[in-house]
Design a protein around this ligand. Structure first.
Ligand code: ZN
Length: 355
């Protein structure tokens, strides 16, 4: 069976549609402001509703063919700049607020979602350090000494080596067997990259089900901003990659594929502490608790009031939420202020709800 694909308009047409959309939605000033604040800021977040309101067809294509459509939008942004400085190529278009039809739980992602633009709600479980990842590898042919580019695929875990010395880039055309190639790390280009794993929200799970995780790749300015425990909506393109094992003479590929979400934008689902507004009335109320000997009981009772009992567990969680104070003893020993809590219990005893 052959899947019916909506034909994609030619790239110039897509770019033209984006250009009028960005103008119509009044986003030109934001793009100009981005260029001024580069490189700290380089991404324009555009709500899906704005795209949908201006050009429904483009919005549909964005969900089905995100890579080409976002790339065209990026080129349209670049055209809106009065002078193309070094920042022009680094501006990013990051659609946010995908419609409910594009939301998936981790366990509901299917083959039909491959290469589509989806939104996944979850909790960040693991993050790796932000590391440079090679995006454009430059090699030199050891026979003709021509240097050429071998672009890399962000989502794949495997380093792509040249198969021949490409005559399209001025090389001698010899296949890999008749010459050798040397990687030139200082001429190659890199991006910041971070792998994170998100896990399904506990409240969306059926009782007793084990939460599933999804690996996600965050690059450029998306890398380094989420922490384990953050609740996020990750918008990205579903990729599959073949697990490979490096060996002499190439890569041995397995027959199973893993899924990877290539991050396009990240939306935080939690209120940041600095976003909480404390009114003078709140402040009076908080100060009123000072010196109240029953304040711990009040806090414990206000935690998950629909779950009865479990005061000890609630107290432990409350203490963990507030955290401790780092202590330094006179002998130089440091005692960390973080409190960790381990909650163990039978299934269905409200552990997840409490957390
Ligand atoms: Zn060559």
């Amino acid at each position: 069976m052959v899947a019916v694909k909506r034909t994609l308009p030619a790239p110039p047409e897509l770019q033209g549609r984006w250009a009028s959309l960005l103008e119509e939605a009044g986003l030109r000033p934001e793009i100009l402001a981005l260029a001024d604040r580069f490189p700290e800021h380089r991404s324009l977040e555009v709500p899906f509703s704005v795209i949908d309101a201006a050009d429904t067809g483009l919005a549909d294509l964005l969900l089905e063919r995100p890579e080409e459509v976002i790339d065209a939008g990026r080129r349209a942004m670049r055209e809106l700049l009065p002078v193309a400085g070094p920042e022009a190529d680094s501006l990013r278009l990051r659609p946010v607020g995908l419609p409910p039809t594009a939301h998936r739980t981790v366990r509901a992602i299917r083959e039909a979602d491959l290469n589509h633009f989806i939104a996944v709600d979850g909790i960040v479980r693991r993050v790796t350090e932000v590391r440079p990842q090679i995006r454009d590898a430059v090699f030199q042919c050891l026979v003709c000494h021509v240097e050429f580019h071998e672009p890399q695929d962000d989502a794949s875990m495997v380093f792509r080596e040249p198969l021949e010395c490409p005559d399209s880039q001025g090389g001698c055309g010899r296949p890999a067997g008749r010459t050798r190639f040397r990687l030139l790390p200082e001429k190659s280009s890199y991006v910041d990259a971070q792998r994170i794993e998100i896990q399904e929200n506990p409240e969306s799970l059926r009782r007793g089900a084990h939460p599933q995780g999804l690996a996600t790749l965050l690059t450029e300015d998306l890398a380094g901003h989420v922490l384990p425990g953050n609740r996020v909506i990750l918008n990205g393109v579903v990729k599959s990659y073949q697990r490979g094992t490096a060996s002499r003479g190439g890569v041995v590929r397995n027959t199973t594929f893993d899924l990877l979400l290539q991050g396009v934008s990240v939306e935080s689902q939690q209120v940041e502490y600095e976003d909480i507004e404390i009114t003078p009335a709140d402040e009076q109320l908080i100060l009123g608790f000072r010196g109240d000997p029953t304040v711990i009981d009040k806090i414990v009772l206000s935690l998950a009031p629909t779950i009865r009992g479990m005061e000890q567990e609630k107290e432990a969680i409350a203490l963990q939420l507030f955290g401790g104070i780092e202590k330094r003893h006179s002998d130089g020993i440091r005692v960390r202020g973080d409190i960790h809590a381990l909650i163990v219990g039978d299934p269905g005893t409200a552990k997840s709800q409490l957390l």
